[in-house]
Design a protein around this ligand. Structure first.
Ligand code: ADP
Length: 232
């Protein structure tokens, strides 16, 4: 579904990505791991059209988004890509419900429909009692769950997450792992996740290791379903 091909990117003299190719299938969780400075975030940003490669292509179901002009690209991003960052990046003056609804309203969808869906998503993520709370009135884990709901509001083709559990304690980290697994298993969402968190990487279907701007290995992890299938 997403086809990243032969991406090169340099900042000045520093080559950050040196020919990276990766494809992500629908309903897959792919984790990108590797030492700091390996180019993981840059790759994620290019995959999400927040940054442009020097060369190479990023195709979503055959559409090369590196060719889109800024306005079309913003529209494409809003409708097709959900983002989750290390720090929730919620707007402080808006409630959880309004924050989640925001990308839907920006997409020009009907207000009532978007608010209803935002409510459903927050409820699905266990925040039914927090709809009208502002970010300052939410715990770290609640803020990150709100950010996940916001990433889902336009039913994007893929959710790109950069260290989504990086600012959380272990209990909240586990909660986020469970949510990501569940969203993939029950709603077919696709995730590309940069992480230092080994248990988050362990829920991924594939783990991509990066070093010095290159992919050094891709390992497929058998999930419990496949293991069950094999033992039959
Ligand atoms: P990782 O996510 O694996 O830690 P990054 O993709 O954030 O790696 O960064 C890779 C390298 O690119 C680092 O050396 C970083 O300092 C450099 N870099 C990232 N973004 C920029 C930028 N906008 N300008 C200059 N250098 C950058």
């Amino acid at each position: 579904m997403i086809e990243i091909q032969n991406i090169y990117k340099s900042y000045g003299n520093l080559q950050v990505l040196g020919g990276v190719s990766l494809s992500v299938g629908r309903g897959e969780i792919v984790a990108i791991v590797g030492p700091s400075g390996a180019g993981k975030t840059t790759l994620l940003q290019i995959a999400g059209s927040l940054d442009r490669p020097d060369s190479g292509t990023v195709s979503y179901d055959g559409t090369d988004i590196t060719l889109l002009k800024e306005r079309k690209l913003a529209e494409f991003r809003n409708r097709n890509i959900g983002f989750i960052f290390q720090f929730h990046e919620l707007l402080p003056e808006f409630t959880a419900l309004e924050n989640v609804a925001m990308p839907g309203l920006i997409a020009g969808r009907k207000r009532r429909e978007v608010l209803e869906e935002a409510r459903e998503l927050l409820t699905l993520l266990g925040l039914a009692e927090r709809l009208d709370h502002r970010p300052s009135e939410l715990s770290g884990g609640e803020k990150q769950r709100t950010a996940i709901a916001r990433a889902l509001i336009n039913n994007p083709r893929i959710i790109l997450a950069d260290e989504p559990t990086g600012s959380l304690d272990s209990r909240n980290r586990e909660e986020i792992h469970a949510i990501i697994s569940r969203l993939c298993a029950t709603r077919g969402h696709t995730f590309l996740i940069v992480t230092h968190d080994p248990t988050l990487a362990s829920i991924a279907h594939r783990v991509v290791s990066m070093e010095d701007g290159r992919i050094t290995s891709i390992s497929r992890q058998t999930d419990s379903e496949e293991k069950f299938g094999e033992s039959k």
